[in-house]
Design a protein around this ligand. Sequence first.
Ligand code: TYD
Length: 236
Amino acid sequence: MKKLLAILSVVLFANQASADQLKFEIGDIFSCVTAGNGEKEDHPLGKGSLCCSISSIIFEKLSKELIPTHYINMVGANKMICKTVSIVPLEVICRNRAAGSIVRETTLVEGAPLPQPIVEFFLKDDSKHDPLLTPDRVRLMGYNPDPFVEMTLRINDYLRQMFYILGIDLVDFKVEYGYDAHGDLYLADEISPDSMRLWKIGSDERFDKDLFRNDEGDIVPAYREILDRLQPLAIQ
Ligand code: TYD
């Protein structure tokens, strides 16, 4: 098995399942959680399969909304088959409220609602500490930012409403994209509480990786709560 990608939240292992499909394993043994560009690390048991199940439900819901995703199906607790795509080296962030880096780097206060959702780009390169990019810099890297903005806002519209119904405020999230051999754009990677901020509506409770980042609690029960809330939607 080939170690394909080491991303912030999970270690993904990939097998060639067929000519244009990859089998991703979000393994429990390997499912580490990291923060601070890898300075802080843990290996909570069960996180890999929780993230895999949550990602799979979200990918399936987005596919029904006609968002093209690399997800094909789940094959076991922590494995998914995905279409092979070439990953664009951009972390695409959408924000509905101020939290995290936008609070650290601007005058906005934590929790401030944004007048409209915004999409930002960060370079996907740990060795350069994932800097914030301007759209001009994205263009100079050879990518038109417009399709990423358009698809990310569509994803946000759907997910924000979906989480709202589940009593959760989608504060922000990160997505990644890839192109297939025909040059078609797909939502890729994973979408889980490792890459989102999920706040319980009407309370201070958090269900995301900030619990780990800020030493505020155990992520496994929090992620399980998200999966429990999402599960009824999976059969609809
Ligand atoms: P951001 O506030 O920019 O960074 P930080 O979490 O370090 O304060 O992150 C916005 C959202 O995107 C948040 O939910 C975490 C997620 N994210 C990732 O999952 N990976 C990344 O590389 C980045 C930059 C953000």
